[in-house]
Each structure stands twice: as structure tokens, then as C-alpha cells.
Design a protein around this ligand. Structure first.
Ligand SMILES: *[C@@H]1O[C@H](CO)[C@@H](O)[C@H](O)[C@H]1NC(C)=O
Ligand SMILES: *[C@@H]1O[C@H](CO)[C@@H](O)[C@H](O)[C@H]1NC(C)=O
Ligand SMILES: *[C@@H]1O[C@H](CO)[C@@H](O)[C@H](O)[C@H]1NC(C)=O
Ligand SMILES: *[C@@H]1O[C@H](CO)[C@@H](O)[C@H](O)[C@H]1NC(C)=O
Ligand SMILES: *[C@@H]1O[C@H](CO)[C@@H](O)[C@H](O)[C@H]1NC(C)=O
Ligand SMILES: *[C@@H]1O[C@H](CO)[C@@H](O)[C@H](O)[C@H]1NC(C)=O
Length: 848
């Protein structure tokens, strides 16, 4: 870390006083969710319960950085904290123990963790009653308490899709060097260390790395190498909650789940690893930064995880010296009050202060507005998009048409068509209507007439709520169809299925015989209708002639025709609340960036059991903002490698302002939208769907201008949030509000402007620094949000390298729009740099 993010006030050329004005007018993993009480309540809790307690007094990093501002200086070259820092950490730990002993009755509690590096806090499990909670809360050294919350886990092709081999990797010297010597910290479910994606060959030693590797169950000596440079796990919180199951959670950094192995391989898996699943080769995988190192912090488990463990992982990762933190998890219950002041967000703020770039999953609760699970403007919140690749598995219905289906399987033999038989026409006896419906899910072979089904394609029904989830149902139907010697299986989703707008988010899973899941309810109805037309029945309801024929194609072959990127339906959407109690919208843009997150191949743990179809396999295909996040973490590693002196806010700014709002064919990005029925609805995307746009790693390496923020800027931002006064912010961060009168959240020096409540006129100032090597002249180009007059001053400026200047944007409400409209300010550089700033404005009143 250098002093790159200190304010460059001395070199600010204030060209804002210039008179040139442009004035224009225009235009799943699904977990049980634990209802979490508000952070400041607690008196009505059942025992035992866990609290995170923030304490008065500086953390190790706060104390050291007060003097030096940098992370590196706190750590000595030996593999540990400096003696002084270590001593101070010990002092904090013992003061935590003393405080608990002083306030609480012996044996009525168990301390889980002392957090000392980034924050001065502890977590404690209380066995007793509410008295203990209030006794702690009332202690003068206790700043505030937060109840334990539950967290959940929120590539062969994507590096090519992102243009890396001929772009950002070239700048690094090719895939063999991309990400060299950058350490990506993975806050996840651990790692499968024996995977080919994580072997290491000719890496050199890593300078100033302090992390360590545990040797434990399924994680023997030698599990770490030059690729996996750190591996630790944090389980006190989940053990305290009695949810740790040693059978599949593993008392070690080993990944019994698969999720962390998957995300690690996306960020930094070796290049050229063959993706072989059930004997079929799906291509060759590579991480986005294939030469970066991985430091693994296991904080989340198969069935979820807990804040106390997550905080311990963050604290350790930053102390160890990771450069990037990839965080593919989020709270299941959201935050009560001001999300940016949650202890989770604040820990990540301190991580950024320490020089770490934080990349966080936006969440998977889309496609509805206000579904973001990532808040602090100091982190990069990643939305998920589709890449152009898909694995179509169509039902080819002879003389009728081709219907889309999902699932990986071989096709029916040859090119010939086979008779279709619906389960309801294949039973041994006449069954009553209720039984017929039940048996039509094909979960059991016994009611079927074998000779009728043999040699045909069996059609079975599907409803998501039937039992055990989709994958379990599919498995049983496949066993039934095989048992009956069917040549193929078509699973039709009933039009009444509740799965509705998640319709296209079903990921193909391997099917063990030719089979297709028709998830589009319209297509299902059509197949059924045409089957009935072509199947001749007797008067007594028995089939006289099977006249419907179809075949299934080999669906293990990828197609590259999807209009991409487009925003995945599950990807969480803005706007966000600044305060969830008062429902005031935040004046910041979330999510930040779109990266591939749908149907991503990644490394796997063969022991993992919670994604059906991949047990025993080395790779799995998964979707989620969890998968999008490590793509961006990998991009950060590439930037870090090329620009080792760039601080987190420059890297963040570079990634954001260089993002593209266009798909691979040059059309504006689309987003999968909420739909009233099971058909997928695509609409024009907005910044609330994709943030600044789709990540463009090659352009991010050379952004031209950067918008910098430092810790004080973030403190000032917090001070402007509704429900956060100077004292609250001081308690939460140790920082002092230094805001001018009338300061607003929209003043934070980020490359976007979001105004949730524009009344009359508002002027916003931004500072940009030229991070390119040459002087350049930038010209403003504005796309106007609806009903808002935007003026930028100056509209043209020339900026020398390494200097900073400011400009003003004035927004004037011209109509009472009363909902968000979107526009942009793009700075077009004379040397070819394009700096994009999204504008999201809700003009609520023209007079103010
Ligand atoms: C742990 O998981 C195994 C395998 O699913 C199960 O049989 C066992 O009952 C679980 N143990 C507890 C304590 O939940
Ligand atoms: C099964 O179906 C065949 C063909 O329709 C029929 O001849 C046979 O009687 C059926 N078997 C039973 C046990 O119902
Ligand atoms: C079919 O009929 C036989 C004999 O009546 C009975 O034992 C069997 O349970 C019936 N099967 C179904 C699927 O209803
Ligand atoms: C079908 O299942 C029955 C009952 O489990 C079993 O006896 C039979 O061998 C199976 N047949 C085939 C072809 O798998
Ligand atoms: C439903 O399917 C029919 C036949 O395939 C097609 O003509 C129609 O456009 C589809 N409707 C929708 C909304 O997809
Ligand atoms: C689904 O809803 C869309 C509007 O959201 C409508 O255009 C379409 O016809 C509907 N499709 C079906 C099968 O109901």
C-alpha cells in the first residue's frame, strides 16, 4: 500500500469556476432463514444466543494506521504481527475476557472470538436470560451489540467470453502469468486442495505474506502449495448454534460443500484443466487470474454460516495480507436499520481502509426491486449475468416443432423418432384421478405397464413442491424410466407450478439417460396438447394407437447463441434502502457491476452432496451471484498485478467506469424481469439491474480517470445517512464526521450519481485523477434521465497525469416524475479513454 488514497488537495485544479455550461433537458442455495431480531433489541431472545459486541478502544489496525495509514507497515517481515501489535492484540483479548468476567455470571457464557485486528469486538454465547444481555449492553465500554445472524452462500468458457486471452491476460504476459503474486482471499466453504485446478508448479516465493495453513481432517500436510497459500477455518459460531455436522462440514479447511472450491477456481483456478463430468468432456477450465494465489478462509458450511465466524475470517484475512477479498455470501435476514452501519459492512470498510479490495455478491433475491444484499459503497457489489453459452436440450416433436428443455444427457439413439407415452396412459389398472396425478410424477415404477412403456419416450409431470426438490424428483423419475426400459424421458412442468419467475434459472444437471426437463410451462402445455391430439383413444379411455413421435438430442454440447450478457433473473436489484426502518432510499448505486454468474463450470468436491447430479464429480455447473463475484475478484487481481500501487478505490473506479452497457452484438443490455407467469420476460436493463454495466477487464486496466475515496470520505458518507448521527458514526467507526453543512450521501466521490429524492435543484461535485501516462482532454457527453435537466461544468477539461481536478453536475427537476429515471455522463478522452458515469435520479418535485 502506498499513500495513493490520501487526498490530493494540493494538486486539485479547480476548473469548476469555469463558465462553460451545458444545459440540456430530457431523457440457491436455499436455507432456513433465521428470523433475526433488531440489532439493538435482545431482551425477548430465547437462550442460548450469540452476540457480537463492539467495544470502545482502537483495533490493532486502527491504532497502527493512525500513525502510518498503511497496512504493510503494521506487519513486520517475519511471519507475524510486529511485537508491539501482537502485544496490543493480546491486551485487547484479555480486556475482553476481563469485561465478560466482570459483567456476567461465571459459566453463564462462552466467548467465541475476540476480534482485534480490524475491529475491537468480541462474540459471546450467552446461556442465560435477558438480564445478561442488558448488563452487557449497559457497560460503558460497550458501544453496541448486534445479534448473531445467519449467512448463506449467496469456468470453462467465461474467460474467453470476457475477452481475457487476447486482452487483460496479454498485458500480464499470457495465462501463465495473469495474476502473478496477487493473493485472493476466499471467504467461503473452504477448498478441495487435491483438485487439478489448484496444483502448483513453478511459482516463486511470495513476499510479505503472513497467512498460515492448518493441517486437519481431510486437509493433510502438503494440502497447501504455492497456489493455495493459506487455509484456515472458523466454526465457533456454527458450533455454538448446534448446526455444525461433522459428517459433511469437516473440522478443517476442507470443502465438504463444493461452493468454495467452485468460487476459488473461478477466481484463480489453473488454466487448461479438462472439465470431465460423468465421462463427458465439457471443455477446459481456467480461472480469471490463473496465476493468482488463493488464501482460503472457511466461514460458511453446507447449511449456512454465522456472522461471528464470517467476522473472524475477515479479520484474519486482512491481517494475513490478502490483496483481494472475494465474498460470495450474505446475511439471510438482511439488516435492520442502516445497512452500511452493520458490523459486517463496517468490517469490510476497515478491510478497504487496510488496502484490500472487497468484492461482494449482490444476492440472489432478484428480479424484484430492493432485493440487494450488499450495501457499503466501499465494496464492489456484483450482479450476475448470462454468458453466450447454453446447453440446449430440446424435445424434437415430429411434425410439431422443437421445444426447449434443460438437463445434460445423451440423445435418444440415432436420428429416429420414438413413440411418446404419457404416464397417465401407461398405468397397469385404471386408477382414480388422484392416484393418476400422483403416479404421473413417475416416482415409482410399480403402477406402470412395462410392456407399454418399453421402447417409448415416457412423459412425466413435474411440480416443484411435490417432494424433496427438483433434483430429487428428477432422479426418481430417471430410475423409473430406466426400470421400465423407456428410451427417453420428458419431464413436463405443470402450468400451475409455483416456480414461476425462476423459470429459466434452473441449471442443467446431469441426467443418467436421454432426458429433457421442459421447464417452460407454455411449451409443456403445447407438448401435452399435441400429444393428446395425436394419441388415439378407445371409448373406455385406453390408448388405441400411439401416434405422437419425438426424439431427444445430445445436450452435452454447448451452443453459443444467447444474447449476452443479460442480467440473470435471480440477480438482486436496486435501488437500496439507506435505512430499512424508515424506508429511505440510498443515494448510491447498487449493484455495481455485472459478471458471468449463470451456468458456470467450476471445480468441485467429489464428497459434496448438496447439489444433485454432481456427487463424486470433479466439476459442477452452478449459477448465482456467488459465481459472478469471483470473476470480478479475478479481474481485481489482474489490475493489482499491473498496477501494484493502485489503492482499492482506484481499482474499484477503474472496473466501474470501464464497464460496458452493451452486449456482444452492440445492443443495450437486457435484464430478465419479473414475470406474471412461467415464461421468461426480458426487458431493457437499468443501472439497478447491472450497475455500471458488464465488466470489461481489458478496458479496466487503462481507465484514464479515477474517482478516489478514502476512509474519511466513507465516514462522511455514513454521517449523511438517515438514522446515523455523528455519535453513532463515531461509535461505529472511531471516525469523526467532517461534513460541510448540507452535505449529502450523493457527495461521496464515486463514479455514479444517484439521487433518490430530487426536489428542485441539486449540485454534486466530483473529483477525478488522471491515472494514465499522458495529458488528455475530456469532453462530456450526457444522456439525460427523464424529466431532469443536467448540466456539467466544465464540459471540457484537460488534465495532466497524476493530477486531480473537479467538476460539478447540476440536476434540476423539470417534471414531477416520482420514480427513478436513468441517464449517464460519459467523459470521452482525446486519447481514447471512455469514462462512464451512470445517473439514477428520481425527480420528485420541480419546486423546492
Ligand atoms: C449429520 O449428517 C448426517 C448425514 O446427513 C446425518 O445422518 C446425521 O444425523 C447428522 N447429524 C446431526 C447431529 O444432525
Ligand atoms: C399392458 O399393456 C398391453 C398393451 O396394451 C396389454 O396387452 C396388457 O394386458 C397390459 N398389461 C397389464 C398387466 O395390464
Ligand atoms: C392393479 O390391480 C391389482 C389387482 O387388482 C392391484 O393389486 C394393484 O395394486 C393395482 N395397481 C395399481 C397401480 O392400481
Ligand atoms: C425394476 O425394478 C424392480 C423392482 O425394484 C426390479 O426387480 C427390476 O429388476 C427392475 N428392472 C430393471 C430393468 O431395472
Ligand atoms: C406458447 O407456445 C406456442 C407454441 O409453441 C407459441 O406459439 C406461443 O408464442 C408461446 N407463447 C409464449 C408466451 O411463449
Ligand atoms: C405470460 O405473461 C406475459 C405478460 O407478462 C404474456 O404476454 C404471456 O402471454 C403470458 N404467457 C402465458 C403462457 O400465459
Amino acid at each position: 500500500m502506498t499513500m495513493c488514497c490520501m487526498k490530493l488537495t494540493m494538486s486539485v485544479q479547480d476548473v469548476g469556476k469555469n463558465n462553460i455550461t451545458v444545459m440540456l433537458l430530457m431523457g440457491s442455495l436455499f436455507l432456513f432463514s433465521v428470523a433475526s431480531p433488531s440489532p439493538h433489541s435482545g431482551s425477548s431472545l430465547v437462550s442460548p444466543s450469540v452476540y457480537i459486541v463492539r467495544l470502545r478502544g482502537e483495533s490493532v489496525h486502527q491504532r497502527a494506521s493512525a500513525a502510518s495509514e498503511t497496512n504493510a507497515e503494521i506487519l513486520t517481515d517475519s511471519n507475524r504481527l510486529s511485537f508491539e501489535a501482537e502485544e496490543y492484540a493480546e491486551f485487547l483479548k484479555s480486556s475482553h475476557d476481563k469485561l465478560l468476567a466482570q459483567v456476567l455470571v461465571p459459566n453463564s457464557y462462552e466467548k467465541l472470538y475476540s476480534y482485534t485486528y480490524l475491529i475491537n469486538a468480541l462474540s459471546v454465547k450467552l446461556h442465560g436470560d435477558s438480564y445478561e444481555v442488558s448488563a452487557l449492553r449497559d457497560h460503558p465500554d460497550v458501544l453496541f451489540m448486534e445479534h448473531e445472524t445467519m449467512f448463506q452462500k449467496a469456468t470453462t468458457h467465461t474467460p474467453d467470453f470476457l475477452g481475457l486471452p487476447h486482452g487483460a491476460w496479454l498485458a500480464a504476459g499470457g495465462a501463465k502469468h495473469a495474476g502473478e503474486d496477487v493473493v485472493i482471499g476466499m471467504l467461503d466453504t473452504g477448498i478441495n486442495p487435491s483438485h487439478l485446478s489448484f496444483t502448483s508448479d513453478y511459482y516463486g516465493p511470495l513476499k510479505s505474506w503472513k497467512g498460515k495453513c492448518l493441517v486437519a481432517e481431510s486437509f493433510p500436510d502438503g494440502s497447501c502449495n504455492h497456489k493455495i497459500v493459506g487455509a484456515q477455518y472458523f466454526a465457533k459460531g456454527i458450533i455454538a448454534a448446534n448446526l455444525f455436522n461433522a459428517t459433511y462440514d469437516f473440522d478443517s479447511p476442507f470443502d465438504g460443500d463444493g461452493h468454495g472450491t467452485h468460487t476459488s477456481s473461478i477466481a484463480a483456478g489453473n488454466s487448461g484443466v479438462p472439465v470431465i463430468v460423468h465421462g463427458n468432456n465439457y471443455g477446459y477450465a481456467s480461472g480469471v487470474a490463473p496465476r493468482a494465489r488463493l488464501a482460503v478462509y472457511k466461514v460458511i458450511y453446507r447449511d449456512g454460516g454465522f456472522l461471528s465466524d464470517v467476522l473472524a475470517g475477515i479479520d484474519q484475512a486482512v491481517q494475513d495480507g490478502v490483496h483481494v477479498l472475494s465474498v460470495s455470501l450474505g446475511s439471510t435476514s438482511g439488516t435492520y436499520g442502516v445497512p452500511a452501519l452493520s458490523i459486517f459492512d463496517l468490517s469490510l470498510l476497515f478491510a478497504v481502509k487496510a488496502g484490500v479490495v472487497v468484492v461482494h455478491a449482490a444476492g440472489n433475491n432478484g428480479p424484484y426491486p430492493l432485493s440487494m444484499n450488499s450495501f457499503g459503497p466501499w465494496m464492489i457489489s456484483v450482479a450476475s449475468g448470462l454468458s453466450d453459452r447454453s446447453y440446449p436440450n430440446p424435445v424434437i416433436f415430429k411434425g410439431v416443432g422443437i421445444f426447449p428443455g434443460a438437463g445434460f444427457s445423451a440423445g435418444t439413439p440415432g436420428e429416429e423418432f420414438y413413440p411418446l407415452i404419457h404416464a397417465e396412459d401407461a398405468f397397469l389398472n385404471h386408477t382414480n384421478a388422484y392416484e393418476a396425478e400422483y403416479y404421473s410424477y413417475c416416482q415409482d415404477a410399480s403402477p406402470f405397464n412395462r410392456s407399454l412403456v418399453a421402447g417409448k419416450i415416457l412423459i412425466c409431470n413435474f411440480v416443484e413442491y411435490y417432494s424433496g426438490g427438483a433434483a430429487v424428483q428428477f432422479q426418481a423419475a430417471l430410475i423409473t424410466a430406466k426400470n421400465l426400459s423407456a428410451v427417453g424421458l420428458i419431464i413436463l412442468r405443470e402450468p400451475t407450478d409455483v416456480w414461476r419467475d425462476k423459470s429459466n434459472s434452473f441449471d442443467p444437471i446431469p441426467f443418467t439417460m436421454p432426458a429433457s426437463f421442459v421447464m417452460d410451462a407454455n411449451a409443456s402445455s403445447e407438448i401435452l396438447k399435441r400429444y393428446k391430439q395425436k394419441t388415439k383413444m378407445n371409448r373406455d379411455g385406453q390408448v388405441r394407437e400411439f401416434g405422437a413421435y419425438a426424439r431427444l438430442s445430445d445436450s452435452r454440447v454447448a451452443s453459443y447463441k444467447v444474447q449476452a450478457p443479460q442480467v440473470s433473473s435471480f440477480s438482486a436489484r436496486g435501488p437500496t434502502y439507506a435505512n430499512t426502518v424508515t424506508s429511505v432510499f440510498a443515494d448510491i448505486l447498487k449493484p455495481d457491476i455485472l459478471a458471468p454468474g449463470s451456468q458456470i463450470w467450476g471445480a468441485w468436491s467429489p464428497t459434496a452432496t448438496d447439489v444433485n447430479g454432481y456427487s463424486g464429480q470433479e466439476f459442477a455447473l452452478l449459477s448465482g451471484t456467488s459465481m459472478a463475484t469471483p470473476h470480478v475478484a479475478g479481474v481485481v487481481a489482474l489490475l493489482r498485478q499491473t498496477h501494484p500501487n493502485w489503492c482499492p478505490s482506484i481499482i474499484q473506479s477503474a472496473i466501474l467506469t470501464s464497464a460496458t452497457q452493451y452486449d456482444t452484438k452492440g445492443r443495450r443490455l437486457l435484464a430478465q424481469q419479473p414475470s406474471a407467469n412461467a415464461s421468461q420476460l426480458l426487458g431493457a436493463g437499468t443501472p439497478f439491474d447491472f450497475g455500471y454495466g458488464a465488466v470489461n477487464p481489458t478496458a479496466a486496466l487503462d481507465p484514464g480517470l479515477a474517482f478516489k475515496t478514502d476512509f474519511q470520505d466513507h465516514i462522511n458518507f455514513l454521517c449523511t445517512l438517515p438514522g446515523a448521527d455523528a455519535n453513532t458514526v463515531q461509535d461505529a467507526t472511531g471516525g469523526t464526521c467532517r461534513t460541510a453543512p448540507g452535505a449529502r450521501s450523493s457527495d461521496l466521490n464515486i463514479p455514479s450519481i444517484t439521487i433518490a429524492n430530487l426536489i428542485g435543484t441539486r449540485t454534486v461535485r466530483r473529483f477525478v485523477t488522471n491515472v494514465a501516462d499522458n495529458e488528455e482532454t475530456y469532453t462530456a457527453s450526457i444522456r439525460h434521465p427523464g424529466g431532469v435537466k443536467v448540466a456539467v461544468k466544465p464540459a471540457v477539461f484537460t488534465i495532466k497525469p497524476k493530477t486531480t481536478l473537479s467538476f460539478h453536475l447540476t440536476f434540476k427537476a423539470a417534471e414531477n416524475v416520482q420514480s427513478f429515471t436513468f441517464g449517464s455522463l460519459t467523459w470521452m478522452g482525446s486519447k481514447g479513454h471512455v469514462v462512464y458515469m451512470p445517473l439514477s435520479i428520481s425527480a420528485n418535485s420541480v419546486t423546492g
